[in-house]
Design a protein around this ligand. Structure first.
Ligand code: 13P
Ligand code: SF4
Length: 348
C-alpha cells in the first residue's frame, strides 16, 4: 500500500478537495472541511502521528487526511509496519484494536468513543469457547470484524480479501468460521464446503467437508436483496454489479464480482464498463466516483454504516489535540489475539 501525499498548504488542501468532490459534496461544506483537514495534517506532523482511513470514510475525510487508505487487511499490515508514535484510526473500534494488537508500543487513537460493528457485537469469547468444546480439534477461523477477546480464542483470523485462500490452505476439511453467516456461506460455496449450524453435524462422519457457521450479520449488507440486483439489471442492463462478500449469498451470486472494499475499488478502476453499481456501504461509492469521473456510478443505495459514520473530521482533530480515545487491551488477551493475526498475515 502506498503512502498518500497530502497537501502542505491550506490553498492546496482546498483545491484538491474541490477537484475531487465537485458535484458530490456542496461547495460551502468543502470550504469548511478543507480548513479542518489542513489543521489535522499540520498537527499530525507535529505529533508524529499517522492517519489510517478505511474505504468507508466519508468523502471529505477520505480525500484529505489519511496517510494510508484501504481495506481491513491492508490497514492491518500498515499498522504493523508504520513508523510513528501515534496511529489515528479513522475506522471502527475493532480495526483500531487490531492496530493496537499488532503495534502495542504505539498510541492508537479512535476519534469516537464508540464506533462499533454489528458483526463484532454478535459474538463473545465465551461463545467461541463453547463451540470449541462442541467441536474439539476443529480449527476456528475468525473474521477480523471481532473484538480482541474473540480473536484471542481463535486459531487464525481472516478478512474479506483472504478468507477463501486461508480456508484452502488449512490442512483440514472442517472449519469453524465466525461470526458472519453470509461471509461464511460465500466462502463455503467458493471452497465447496457444506454449511452447518452449531449443534448440527455431531453424528459420525457428518462433519466431513463442512463449515460450522455463526449467525452474525452486517446490518448494512444484510439490507441488499436479489430484487435490488434484478431492478438494476432491468433499468440499466449494461451495469457492472459488484457486491461485498458480507452480502447475502444469493446477492453475491447474482452479481458480476465480489471482493473486499479495496478489491472492488481496483476492479472498477481496471474495468472497461462505463457504468457500475456497488452493493456496499454508500460512502465508498462516493469515494470511488470521485476517482473515476470517466465512469458513471449507478446510485441506488443510501445505506450508510452508522458506526463508520461516527468518525468525522471534527472529531479526528479533537482526537489529535487531546490524544483521545486511546485503545487499551489487556496484555494477556493481546498476545493471544496477535497469534491469530500473525498467522493470517503470514498466510495471505
Ligand atoms: P473490508 O475488509 O473489505 O474493507 O471490509 C470491512 C468491513 O467492515 C466491511 O463492512
Ligand atoms: Fe460492521 Fe457492517 Fe459497519 Fe462494516 S459496514 S463496520 S461490517 S456494521
Amino acid at each position: 500500500m502506498e503512502q498518500i501525499q497530502q497537501a502542505d498548504t491550506h490553498e492546496q488542501t482546498l483545491e484538491n478537495l474541490k477537484y475531487k468532490l465537485e458535484g458530490i459534496v456542496p461547495e460551502a461544506e468543502i470550504v469548511l472541511k478543507a480548513e479542518i483537514a489542513y489543521e489535522i495534517n499540520r498537527l499530525k506532523k507535529e505529533k508524529n502521528a499517522v492517519i489510517l482511513g478505511h474505504n468507508y470514510m466519508e468523502p471529505a475525510l477520505y480525500h484529505s487526511i489519511p496517510d494510508y487508505a484501504g481495506d481491513s487487511l491492508g490497514l492491518s499490515r500498515i499498522s504493523a509496519e508504520v513508523d510513528a508514535s501515534r496511529i489515528v484510526f479513522c475506522g471502527v473500534e475493532f480495526m483500531a484494536e487490531t492496530a493496537k494488537i499488532l503495534a502495542p508500543d504505539k498510541m492508537v487513537l479512535l476519534p469516537a468513543d464508540k464506533a462499533g460493528c454489528s458483526l463484532a457485537e454478535s459474538i463473545t469469547a465465551e461463545d467461541v469457547r463453547k463451540l470449541k468444546e462442541q467441536y474439539p480439534g476443529v480449527p476456528v477461523i475468525t473474521y477480523v470484524n471481532t473484538y480482541a477477546a474473540v480473536k484471542a480464542e481463535t486459531d487464525i483470523c481472516c478478512t474479506s480479501s483472504n478468507a477463501a485462500k486461508i480456508v484452502n490452505q488449512l490442512d483440514t476439511d472442517t472449519v469453524i468460521c465466525l461470526p458472519d453467516e453470509y461471509l461464511a456461506q460465500n466462502i463455503a460455496r467458493e471452497t465447496g464446503k457444506k454449511v452447518i449450524y452449531p449443534g448440527q453435524g455431531t453424528g459420525n462422519g457428518e462433519l466431513k467437508n463442512s463449515m460450522i457457521v455463526w449467525d452474525g450479520r452486517c446490518e448494512v449488507h444484510d439490507k441488499f436483496t436479489v430484487q435490488d440486483v434484478k431492478n438494476v439489471r432491468k433499468q440499466f442492463p449494461d451495469t457492472l454489479i459488484l457486491a461485498h462478500p458480507e452480502c447475502p449469498p444469493e446477492v453475491v451470486e447474482a452479481s458480476d464480482y465480489s471482493g473486499s472494499t479495496t478489491a472492488m475499488i481496483k476492479y472498477v478502476q481496471n474495468s472497461d464498463a462505463d457504468r457500475y453499481m456497488l452493493f456496499t456501504e454508500c460512502s465508498m461509492g462516493d469515494n470511488i466516483a470521485a476517482e473515476n469521473k470517466d465512469k458513471e456510478m449507478v446510485k441506488m443505495c443510501s445505506v450508510r454504516c452508522p458506526h463508520m459514520n461516527q468518525i468525522t473530521l471534527e472529531d479526528t482533530l479533537e482526537s489529535l489535540r487531546k490524544d483521545q480515545y486511546q485503545i487499551e487491551i489487556e496484555e494477556e488477551v493481546r498476545v493471544r489475539a496477535k497469534k491469530s493475526l500473525d498467522r493470517m498475515l503470514e498466510m495471505s
